[in-house]
Design a protein around this ligand. Structure first.
Ligand SMILES: Cc1cc2nc3c(=O)[nH]c(=O)nc-3n(C[C@H](O)[C@H](O)[C@H](O)COP(=O)(O)O)c2cc1C
Length: 431
């Protein structure tokens, strides 16, 4: 069985604060130390990367109020992951660090400079999660009334990524000459003006710093729509997918790979990672009992599920009675199209869809040994390339994975036991 990759999907926000095994992280997280400790644990387990998602709003899509968002700490409070990245880089040696930044809000030159700087600081371990953003509420924080239409956002993103890549290339790799005899620090003939004037962006260039160590930081993306998959196929080194059915996982991966081949890319140059929350126990019975508790709906869980869906689709699901048949809903979004479509597909009523959505992350349930076995079998069926864990970053849950599950994966030869390279992309493309 071939090896696969591991990552963790999280953000720079509040870890669990009110469950029985929550420590002091719920209060202390704003300083970043909980995330540093967490990332070190992932590095000990030889993860490829930690991925920090982001958004830039306090949502009031649900019942036209910020109540649910703030009460449950859903989209806020959330700190800027780009600012956390240097702390994580300073505390680690090999793990990749992916921060999210939006092509709808950053100017390309600023983003190119910031991620090039981070790539230098981390010695070639930075990734950029390229998002187009999904919420008008976020757009309004950046001086826009609304986001551009869905497909236009991707069109802008294509040009954005192209310009950023050219800015990273604006310094030739050997521009820094440090020639003491001639007194030359940088060879000006190896630094180039772009004069880019495109449909959406204009920038003169060059960047005012050296080419990033990786040339181009690792690009990460998550897009489920056909337009999103094309974007991923053209640009991404790694793609995140939230699917729980192994056949659908395989179909998705095959599709993105086929799109890569169609534009002349080697499909092995992009690692498709599936999000999962394993439920671990000392015995199968203990794990199953935990999974049962997780799956059991409550009023709070239904509210959280609907408030999430409202935030990313900006459809107010509080406006519908929970027993409203899905067939009677006429809802559309300019936000996450594939998320809304999958939400509406999975239930006959709003209540059922909320419960299904709450459980839609792929769950492997069992002891570390049996979950390792199941993960291997699933990867075998799908064809690759790895998993991104998600779930609370409290010490107990993380420890179960890094100290229990990962060693079981390693004993089976399914995940790495040491990093072979210094840089993020080299480790990601190692197998
Ligand atoms: C696992 C996952 C993580 C995502 N992370 C972010 C994020 O951090 N910030 C963001 O604005 N959008 C994020 N998105 C949204 C995607 O970038 C994309 O906009 C969304 O999936 C809709 O794409 P589609 O319309 O092509 O399906 C994420 C989506 C998924 C599935």
């Amino acid at each position: 069985m071939p090896m696969f990759h591991l990552g963790w999907f999280t953000n720079f926000s509040n870890p669990p604060w009110n469950h029985p095994w929550a420590g002091t992280e719920g209060r202390d997280w704003p300083r970043g130390h909980a995330h540093v400790e967490f990332t070190r644990a992932l590095e000990r387990a030889c993860f490829d990367y930690v991925m920090l998602e982001d958004s830039s709003m306090v949502s009031d899509a649900y019942e036209g109020s910020m109540r649910a968002d703030l009460k449950h700490g859903l989209y806020a409070p959330k700190h800027d992951p780009v600012a956390l990245a240097p702390m994580l880089a300073a505390a680690t040696e090999r793990i990749g660090i992916v921060a999210t930044a939006s092509t709808s809000f950053y100017p390309p030159w600023l983003l190119a400079r910031r991620f090039a700087t981070l790539d230098h600081i981390s010695h070639g371990r930075i990734g950029w999660n390229v998002v187009t953003s999904s919420e008008d509420r976020a757009a309004q924080n950046h001086g826009l009334d609304a986001l551009p239409p869905h497909d236009e956002r991707y069109e802008r993103a294509d040009e954005f990524v192209e310009v950023v890549a050219r800015l990273w290339d604006s310094w030739e790799p050997d521009a820094l000459v440090l020639d003491r005899d001639r007194g030359v620090y940088v060879d000006h003939e190896k630094v180039h003006v772009l004069d880019h004037r495109g449909k959406h962006f204009a920038t003169r260039g060059p960047l005012n710093l050296m080419r990033p160590p990786q040339g181009r930081p690792v690009l990460c993306q998550a897009g489920g729509s056909p337009r999103g998959r094309d974007f991923a196929a053209r640009n991404a080194d790694t793609v995140l997918a939230m699917l729980s059915d192994p056949d659908e996982m395989k179909e998705y991966r095959d599709d993105v790979r086929a799109r890569m081949v169609a534009i002349g890319r080697d499909p092995d140059d992009c690692k498709i990672m599936f999000i999962t929350t394993p439920v671990l126990g000392d015995t199968l019975e203990e794990a199953q009992a935990k999974a049962e508790v997780m799956r059991t709906p409550s009023e709070t869980k239904i509210e959280v599920s609907l408030a999430h869906m409202s935030a990313v689709s900006e459809v107010d699901f509080a406006a519908f009675d929970l027993d409203t048949p899905i067939a009677d809903l006429d809802v559309r979004t300019n936000g996450h199209q594939s998320s809304l479509a999958s939400f509406l597909k999975n239930g006959n009523t709003v209540r059922e869809a909320a419960i299904a959505s709450m459980n839609k992350v792929l769950h492997f349930v069992g002891t570390p040994e049996s979950v390792a076995e199941q993960m291997g079998e699933t990867m075998d069926h799908v064809g690759g390339d790895g998993f991104l864990f998600t779930g609370n970053i409290g010490r107990r849950f993380v420890g179960g994975i890094t100290e229990g599950l990962v060693p079981a994966l390693q004993r089976r030869g399914l995940t790495r036991t040491a990093y072979n390279h210094e840089r993020f992309r080299d480790n990601l493309l190692d197998f």
